[in-house]
Each structure stands twice: as structure tokens, then as C-alpha cells.
Design a protein around this ligand. Structure first.
Ligand SMILES: Nc1nc2c([nH]c(=O)n2[C@@H]2O[C@H](COP(=O)(O)OP(=O)(O)OP(=O)(O)O)[C@@H](O)[C@H]2O)c(=O)[nH]1
Ligand SMILES: [Mg+2]
Length: 288
């Protein structure tokens, strides 16, 4: 039998949570969630959920929007004997916006491929049949069930290699650029860089991208490996080597219409970044 809360430390922290999706942060229910949940879903028995969480027999996961932290829903994994069930609740007024499937993909991935639960079942109202079918559930009467193989098929993603660079100026500030409207993750602040083309090394890709995006010249020898990001987006897995560069020629300018900002490392958290970049912040805080 699996302790559903095994990834939670004594302080409720964990290396796994929050699970991040394109729009959501998914984290175990905490007392700070109670007021919003009680207001949005008064029928939920919050004390019982907290007790089950403390006993390790249930893992209630709160869904909050990453941009404004507003409550979106609750997904609960429950152990009953040797069986594991799932229930999902999207707050009234927020249904049919894709939050359910976005969150369920991440939670199924976590439950079956990280916690290694063998299978999960869900009480399936007829209205959810289409969604559950798309996710890979097999319906039998009022119950739908999904197993590890189906979740692997659901979450299989192509690997995309992207090189990025932390450009550091003489005042130890770091260059961020804002993703322009119309692109994926528009409005978020990222490190310059881009996809590695076939036949290119990650360093060659960066030298090219820095010229295309910022109009500056540098060389592979000026790019020192710093760290990497590895993150599953809904439709691909991003693997992103991150370099640091302090030497280049030319004046940095946004050649693709993007807004630029030179940011002292202590201010990085003021700039909303793509989920893949969040784990990079403490590393930069340590180094700069
Ligand atoms: N450059 C860059 N890309 C990032 C970062 N973080 C992150 O998730 N990505 C993701 O990596 C993917 C590729 O980046 P990109 O859009 O810059 O690729 P690109 O320059 O080749 O652009 P293009 O495909 O529009 O020609 C995007 O989905 C982007 O959201 C980051 O810090 N820098
Ligand atoms: Mg780019």
C-alpha cells in the first residue's frame, strides 16, 4: 500500500510540489486554502480531508492559477483498501475552460508514474465521459479506470532541446526578455535563446539566437555551462541547457520586438517566468 503523502516533508514541503502546468500550480491542501475552498465549495468536508491527508490515506490537491493565484479546483487521490480513487472538482463558473484536463494530466502522471499507484478509478458522471476517454480512462458502468500503460501513452512527449543564456552585465545584472504576444507563454520573462536546430550544437544555436534576437556577437568559448532546466509542458518535454555569458560584442537590443530588462538577481522573482525557469532562480541567487 502506498502512502499517498510520502512526498511531503514534515513541514508539508516537497521537492515534487507544486506540480506546474501551463496555467496552474497544483499543491497539497494547506490551511491557507481553506477560506477560498469553503467559500467556493461549501459542501466539501474540509476537516475530514485534512485528517485523511495527515493519515496519508488521501492527498487533496488544490489547483490555483499561476498568474493570479486564484482557486480553480480540487483533485483528491484517496486510498480505500488496496484501491486508489480520484475525484475532481472544478469551481463553478470555471468549468469547460480546459482546467480539468490540464490538471488531471499532471496528477495522473504524478500518481501513476511517480507514486507508482498501479491504477486509479473515478466515479464518472456521464458529462465527463468524453474527457475521461480522451485521457485514456476505460469506462465500465459508472466507474472509469486508468492504468500505468495508459498514463504513459497520455504523457509521452517529444523532447525539445532549447539553449538559453544568462547574460550578465558589468553591474552583475541579468538580461530577461518578455515573450511577445501570440507566442506560447506570451508575457512571461525568459532567458534569451531558442531551439537547437538539427546539426547544431547547443552552443552554436545560442551564438545564432543571440545574433537573431539581440543583435550581439559572441562565441562558443564565451559560453560557460551553468545548469539546465527539465520540464514537461503539456505537449513536449523541454530540456534546456543554460549557459552564462559575460562577454559579447555589440549593443543589446530586442530585434524581435520583445521588451528587455536588466534585472539584479534579488529582483528576479518580480518577473513572472515560464514554469521551467522557476527552479533556476535559487541557482542564480546562489551564484550572482
Ligand atoms: N529561450 C527560452 N525559452 C524558454 C525558456 N523557458 C522556457 O520554458 N522556454 C521554452 O522553450 C521553447 C523554445 O523557446 P523559443 O520560443 O525561444 O524558441 P525559438 O527562439 O527557436 O523561437 P521560434 O520557435 O518561435 O522560432 C518555448 O516553448 C519556450 O517557452 C527560457 O528561459 N528561454
Ligand atoms: Mg527564443
Amino acid at each position: 500500500m502506498t502512502d499517498l503523502t510520502m512526498d511531503l516533508g514534515e513541514d508539508g514541503c516537497s521537492a515534487v510540489f507544486p506540480l506546474l502546468t501551463a496555467r496552474l500550480r497544483i499543491a497539497p491542501l494547506s490551511p491557507a486554502d481553506h477560506p477560498a475552498l469553503a467559500a467556493a465549495a461549501p459542501d466539501l468536508d474540509l476537516p475530514a480531508l485534512r485528517l485523511a491527508l495527515e493519515e496519508g490515506s488521501a492527498l487533496p490537491l488544490c489547483l490555483r492559477r499561476a498568474d493570479d493565484d486564484s482557486l480553480t479546483g480540487l483533485i483528491t487521490l484517496t486510498r480505500q483498501g488496496g484501491d486508489y480513487t480520484l475525484s475532481a472538482r472544478i469551481i463553478d463558473g470555471l468549468q469547460r475552460q480546459g482546467y480539468g484536463s490540464e490538471a488531471l494530466r499532471a496528477v495522473l502522471d504524478y500518481a501513476l508514474l511517480t507514486l507508482h499507484l498501479p491504477a486509479l478509478s473515478v466515479q464518472a458522471p456521464p458529462a465527463a465521459a468524453g474527457l475521461l476517454d480522451r485521457l485514456g480512462f476505460v469506462t465500465d458502468g459508472a466507474t472509469a479506470r486508468i492504468d500505468t500503460a495508459a498514463v504513459r501513452r497520455l504523457t509521452a512527449r517529444r523532447m525539445v532541446l532549447v539553449s538559453a543564456v544568462v547574460l550578465v552585465d558589468a553591474d552583475n545584472r541579468i538580461l530577461l526578455q518578455q515573450r511577445p504576444p501570440g507566442k506560447q507563454l506570451a508575457g512571461l520573462w525568459e532567458f534569451p535563446g531558442g531551439k537547437v536546430d538539427p546539426g547544431e550544437t547547443p552552443e552554436q544555436a545560442l551564438v545564432r539566437e543571440l545574433q537573431e534576437e539581440l543583435g550581439i556577437d559572441t562565441r562558443s568559448s564565451c559560453l560557460a555551462p551553468l545548469t539546465f532546466a527539465s520540464h514537461s509542458y503539456d505537449d513536449f518535454h523541454l530540456l534546456m541547457p543554460v549557459y552564462v555569458c559575460r562577454q559579447w560584442q555589440g549593443q543589446v537590443r530586442g530585434r524581435e520586438g520583445q521588451t528587455l530588462a536588466w534585472v539584479p538577481v534579488r529582483k528576479l522573482r518580480d518577473y513572472p517566468m515560464p514554469p521551467a525557469d522557476i527552479p533556476l532562480i535559487p541557482i542564480l541567487e546562489m551564484w550572482f
